[in-house]
Design a protein around this ligand. Sequence first.
Ligand SMILES: NC(=O)c1ccc[n+]([C@@H]2O[C@H](COP(=O)([O-])OP(=O)(O)OC[C@H]3O[C@@H](n4cnc5c(N)ncnc54)[C@H](OP(=O)(O)O)[C@@H]3O)[C@@H](O)[C@H]2O)c1
Length: 350
Amino acid sequence: MSFTANRIVLASRPRGAPTAANFRFEQFSLPEARSGEVVLQVLYLSLDPYMRGRMDEGPSYAAAVGVGDPMPGQTVARVIRSQDTRFAPGDFVAAMTGWVSHAVVRGETLRKLDPARAPLTSALGVLGMPGLTAYVGLHDIGQPRAGETLVVSAATGAVGSVVTQLGKRSGLHVVGIAGGPEKCRHATEVLGADACIDHRGPHLRERLAEACPRGIDIYFENVGGAALRAVLPLMNQNGRIAVCGLIAWYDLGKLGAGTADGPDHLPAAWRHILVKRLTVRGFIVSDHFDRFPTFLKEVAPLVRDGQIRYRETIAEGLERAPDAFLAMLKGGNLGKQLVRLTADPIPGAD
Ligand SMILES: NC(=O)c1ccc[n+]([C@@H]2O[C@H](COP(=O)([O-])OP(=O)(O)OC[C@H]3O[C@@H](n4cnc5c(N)ncnc54)[C@H](OP(=O)(O)O)[C@@H]3O)[C@@H](O)[C@H]2O)c1
């Protein structure tokens, strides 16, 4: 018996900043599950900055979403029917269903979740892709040594909040960069950063220099833009930059075609890299999924004990996903941005 489900598709490609008009809510007929397939009801959808990149055409590490196709995304879902012996109705799983209310997927693409071990939503944030990104970027790329100074931008977001806390646990002097006084207070009072600089305020570079009296050894780069321009002159010799994301520039398009206005900062940036012998390394978390078991073994107990804390910003209803996504891109979220798709009680959440 097939039934009608909901989804959000890419209605058109954005020019510059995306708007609600780039998305369309529609209904579709869910196919029957065949052998090896599982029918899922989506409970939570993860909203992530990488989805902005998928809305544009052009070369990248993953294919663009087609116009008219569902937006991609990771979800936590409940199995409602199964043609795969490894899954039974009522099981909870992490899946790549996209922005949909229901999906039929192959069993081997799913990861079973136990709500008794960790809250289900943590699989999309602190104990999921963003947490692993923080772990790999800080430890494998950043190579921290106790006593060094770490700066992390988007410090209270899904990735940055874990970087900040892991940085403190590695004995670093940690300085966050975040948007607004409330987020900066959260970075210092809840996440344990030694200082946090509001990038919306004036004199970013001067305030950052004051907070980093011994210079910067590691920069965990989440944003680009003004934060990067403030950080580069403060980098120490042999410093490391883990290039994780460039959210301040995502609306310029994949080839940076919109950068023509204003001064060309590239010569100064390149000179800092040369003169200070910086190691600048971009990384994509999907190349590091082999680190997931080590990450979980180390970080899951810390989350369980409350030694690593996390926040979530949760929108209600699939139809709210575009607005929540657009808000997240502009800093509307504290911690991980999620959408809850059902009003029914969810174990481990209600
Ligand atoms: N390389 C990888 O494999 C990988 C994996 C996951 C994520 N990422 C990247 O990591 C970054 C963080 O991702 P996330 O999921 O943790 O998102 P997030 O930090 O939870 O949310 C995005 C944040 O970006 C900040 N932001 C937006 N525009 C900005 C601007 N112009 N200047 C400064 N900050 C700005 C906002 O924080 P404020 O309010 O503090 O400004 C906003 O809350 C993104 O760039 C993402 O693309 C990369």
